[in-house]
Ligand binder design. Structure first.
Ligand code: ARG
Length: 332
């Protein structure tokens, strides 16, 4: 029987939520990231449905022990453990088969590469005059799609929802996304295609100039970004304001609601020129921020897609397309 979404909605969601949270806690500890990811995953109806359709019996069983959170949690952990043990006990039939050369990912079987982005991050992605996502990343993924012989469909979503949507709502994400160990727990990354570093945007005349100056400051960031993680985890006593869009953080900076904004170098430079005379973008090196690398996020374990994307990326670099795009979008 397949879960039809009609009954037990609340209890099902509760059970799912608990399970997802449990997994996220394993990955991130009891942090804001675990909570945010859980909320995002559970918000995604497709993920929820898919999960429930395979778990209806458990959901029903779970109802017996309902209202006792600990029992529900424990039951889940047990069932997960059992499943893992069963899986481990099964002979690996698939692995025994010789791997076909240049395997094609199932994600591309429909001839479409569904790409998630957050078009609030110029020059890598922004909404153009026709209301369509454009920018370096968009052009790059379209070039990759061309190499792979598939149509590229770009979906603009919140940055903070991208990782959780990979493999369900979208096939891959390209969003100036930094490779991090935390994200690697949920997704795989292509070869890196761009080096980055966080910058600090300050109002003209601000005396913020070093890492020590950031302590205790009101810092604006885009939610769920590496700038957010730096402000939240590394800056002592920071009062962090999280925005859906980087530009909203910059607007609040101009309005005096935050003291600075931590955001990636290239968007920082774009905002500096958009709001010329009002704000300054300070290099992250001044604040001892480490370098970051952007890569395309791919469903965990889809080795075929990973090598297809990497191969396309390599070709695009070799034939000069990549440098053209850098010139057109980033260095212009
Ligand atoms: N590089 C940063 C990160 O991975 C920020 C990326 C934000 N990208 C965007 N399209 N809004 O967290």
């Amino acid at each position: 029987m397949i879960y039809d979404g009609k009954d037990n909605d609340i209890i099902s969601q509760y059970v799912t939520f608990t399970k997802v949270y449990d997994e996220q806690v394993k990955l991130y500890g009891r942090t804001r990231e675990a909570v945010t990811n859980t909320i995002n995953i559970c918000k995604d109806r497709d993920v929820l449905k898919e999960y429930l359709s395979s778990r209806e019996k458990e959901v029903v069983d779970m109802m017996m022990t309902l209202f006792d959170e600990e029992q529900v949690m424990r039951a889940y952990v047990e069932s997960e453990k059992k499943e893992a043990a069963e899986e481990a006990a099964q002979p690996e039939e698939e692995a025994a088969q010789p791997e076909a050369e240049a395997a094609v990912s199932e994600a591309l079987a429909d001839g479409v590469l569904n790409v998630g982005t957050n078009a609030e991050f110029p020059p890598f992605e922004y909404v153009d005059d026709n209301g369509e996502p454009d920018g370096f990343d968009i052009a790059l993924i379209k070039a990759i799609g061309e190499k792979l012989g598939v149509e590229v469909v770009v979906e603009n979503m919140e940055f903070d929802s991208l990782v959780a949507a990979i493999g369900s709502k979208i096939d891959v994400a390209i969003a100036g996304m930094t490779v991090t160990d935390e994200r690697k727990a949920s997704v795989d990354f292509s070869d890196a295609y761009y080096d980055a570093v966080q910058y600090v945007i300050v109002p003209e005349g601000s005396d913020i100039a070093s890492a020590a100056d950031l302590s205790g400051k009101a810092i604006g960031v885009q939610m769920g970004t590496t700038g957010d993680f730096i402000a939240s985890d590394d800056v002592e006593g920071a009062e962090v304001s999280r925005y859906n869009k980087g530009v909203d953080a910059v607007n609040d900076l101009i309005n005096g609601r935050v003291d600075c904004v931590i955001i990636d170098k290239n968007p920082a430079l774009v905002f500096e020129s958009t709001f010329e005379g009002q704000v300054k973008a300070l290099p992250g090196e001044q604040f001892e921020f480490g370098t970051e690398e952007y890569a395309i996020a791919i469903p965990k374990g889809d080795g075929a897609l990973l090598s297809q994307v990497n191969k396309a990326l390599e070709e695009i670099k070799a034939d000069g397309t990549f440098d053209e795009l850098v010139k057109q979008y980033i260095e212009n």
